[in-house]
Design a protein around this ligand. Structure first.
Ligand code: GLU
Length: 489
């Protein structure tokens, strides 16, 4: 059995059936971190044999998501490798060969039952409260019975002969020994009548041919393992080691679903989450370094990621924690990197609030005053849109602060205007130096004066720090906005 060393080969085997779900991406990240930790290889294999569920473009989108997260792989559909092709739909002859071998050795048989008959059998079993599954009708067909169906033109499926008794035990690297009673598992289809394999056969044949040493995947696949182990036995192949990752639940302990918010990794990207935060967050869904460490960079994760620290118990997808983490990673970005991240985000998802991409040199000066307020990149545009337009929209009433009226507000703004017209240099320190004492002279509260000026210059009640904002707007634009505000009163 392969040891955990640089020869390990792990695979991530997505089915291109829709948007990449965060749970599925967690599987990719775990396989990647594990491969990198031990210096082994990560293989991506696209499980696209279910033609009815295939979604156009899903593979491309998935690879794009993985690249965005910073994952890399050693073999895969886009880069090839020594065990390709890496699309199952291009490997059908391998599955047929394996099915033929099972048939020849008497480990499988042709089944001529119609889908309707199989469904009726299950219905009847459900009514009688019996274990559900195929009733093995075709397992004992004589050659003349088979010939009869063949001549009637029925195209058979191939079913595997599960042992009718005994126990199959898997020694899972996460869950320990888990045993299954063979009699509860039916003779499952390995090759469908259309010549396409089922998941069981295809995944197993490829894991073997691609020399996969460790299969790490979601717990929902654990019940498939006895089928796979019996297939390995019948084919005379050595099975890989298995590690089944704990289920991911919503905070209310129900299954994570749309109702709890975004489930596609692409939605998180659109909402302005950073890849560093996503990787950190997802890597802690079922794995931990210790009881307390939450913030782990990719190099840290690679250094520490071992299978023995994967948990058995369910992981909880806590969005508040993700937001907190994202805020942390945003604060870690230097001005230049944060400006780049915002521009890249806006390029991909043009914000409603900003019609044209701003100059990076200007944005780099703005980011320091908003960095602390961002939980996501998407928070930025509404907060700083006024920097990029001279038509800030707001209602004149917004200017009037609590305890003031239009006349006193106008008076305050006009006094500020007179003062600022003469001001030089027009920087935040100097601005604060004149505006603070001015409130007292005007006999208004500092909060009242600053509140009116804030709305006048930004159109917002909650905005970045006032004096820095004015400095960045510059004298001319600041004065123009105050004049405009006065006209509204
Ligand atoms: N194609 C399966 C999926 O989409 C992979 C199952 C496995 O890893 O064996 O989840």
């Amino acid at each position: 059995m392969a040891m955990l060393d640089q020869n390990i080969r792990l695979r991530y085997a997505p089915s291109p059936t829709g948007d990449p779900h965060v749970g599925n991406i967690r599987t990719a990240i775990f396989n990647w971190l594990c491969a990198r930790h031990y210096g082994g290889s990560l293989i991506i294999r696209v499980e696209d044999t279910d033609q009815t569920r295939k979604v156009e473009g899903a593979t491309e989108e998935l690879l794009e998501a993985l690249k965005w997260l910073g994952l890399d792989w050693d073999e895969g559909p886009d880069i090839g490798g020594p065990y390709g092709p890496y699309y199952q739909s291009e490997r059908l002859e391998h599955y047929r060969e394996a099915a033929d071998r099972l048939l020849e050795n008497g480990d499988a048989y042709r089944c001529y039952c119609s889908p309707e008959r199989v469904a009726d059998v299950r219905k009847e079993q459900a009514r009688l409260k019996q274990p559900l599954g195929y009733d093995r009708k075709c397992r004992g067909l004589s050659s003349s019975q088979r010939a009869e169906s063949e001549s009637a033109g029925v195209v058979p499926a191939v079913r595997f002969k599960m042992p009718e008794d005994g126990i199959t035990t898997v020694d899972d690297l996460v869950r320990g020994e888990v045993s299954f009673q063979n009699r509860l598992i039916d003779d499952f289809v390995v090759l469908k009548s259309d010549g396409f394999p089922t998941y069981h056969l295809a995944a197993l044949v490829d894991d073997h041919l691609m020399r996969i040493t460790h299969v790490m995947r979601a717990e929902e696949w654990l019940p498939s393992v006895p089928r796979h182990l019996q297939l390995y036995r019948a084919l005379g192949w050595e099975p890989p080691r298995f590690a089944h990752l704990p289920i991911i639940l919503a905070p209310d302990r129900s299954k994570l679903s749309k109702r709890h918010g975004a489930t596609s990794i692409m939605e998180y990207r659109e909402q302005g989450f950073l890849p560093e935060a996503m990787v950190n967050f997802l890597s802690l869904l079922g794995w931990s370094l210790d009881d307390k460490t939450e913030l782990l960079s990719v190099p840290d994760l690679m250094r520490h990621f071992t299978i023995d620290r994967v948990a058995k118990s369910a992981a909880v997808f806590d969005r508040d924690k993700l937001s907190w983490m994202n805020g942390h990673y945003i604060r870690q970005l230097e001005d230049d990197a944060l400006a780049d991240a915002l521009l890249e985000h806006w390029r991909r998802y043009p914000p409603r609030e900003i019609s044209e991409l701003p100059d990076k040199s200007y944005l780099v000066r703005i980011v320091p005053i908003i960095r602390e307020r961002l939980k996501t990149l998407a928070d930025a545009a509404p907060l700083i849109r006024f920097f990029f337009t001279d038509d800030v929209e707001y209602d004149g009433d917004e200017l009037v602060q609590k305890g003031m009226d239009a006349a006193t507000t106008r008076q305050a703004l006009s006094a500020a205007l007179a003062e600022l017209e003469e001001l030089s240099p027009f920087d935040s320190g100097t601005l604060e130096g004149v505006l603070r004492p001015m409130a007292e002279d005007l006999n208004v509260k500092v909060g009242q004066l600053f509140g009116s000026l804030r709305v006048a210059t930004t159109g917002l009640r909650v905005a970045p720090p006032l004096f820095e904002t004015m400095e960045l707007l510059g004298k001319e634009r600041t004065l123009a906005s105050i004049r405009k505000a006065m006209a509204k009163l």
